[in-house]
Design a protein around this ligand. Sequence first.
Ligand SMILES: [Ca+2]
Length: 149
Amino acid sequence: MRKNTLVRRIAATAAAVTMLGAAMVAVPTSAQAAVTCSYGNVCFYYYKNLAGAARSYSASDKSMYDERFNRGGTSAAGYGVRVENHSSSVYNRTGQRVLMFKNRGCYENNEYALAIPHGAAGNFADTDYPGYDNNIASVKIGSGRCINR
Ligand SMILES: [Ca+2]
């Protein structure tokens, strides 16, 4: 009985997560990114095409409310702006799958999760899910524990 419940929950979670891999390939390469995204990080950018100020995350974060775009220099567009609800593109260099959520808390069992594989970069506004542009609030890297950092 208990096992069945767990299996059902996992199946429901998988169905709720939207895979964006294919949609996120035709985006700028790392060489074109204004701010380099180092291996081990998932980087969020203020503008699409990996432009503007950036913020790197090397661990899952339950709330992006308390981080600000802090890379690219003070003259970069969006520098100092809160990351939550202000990123327009992303580059996953974590070596793991990254899940992104419209809400804080990394709740995988809602309909607002996007998954991208390692190496994928993309614009939220250019996907089939434009509701994600300026609307990412938490991030989960691999199976990392999602706590606020
Ligand atoms: Ca945080």
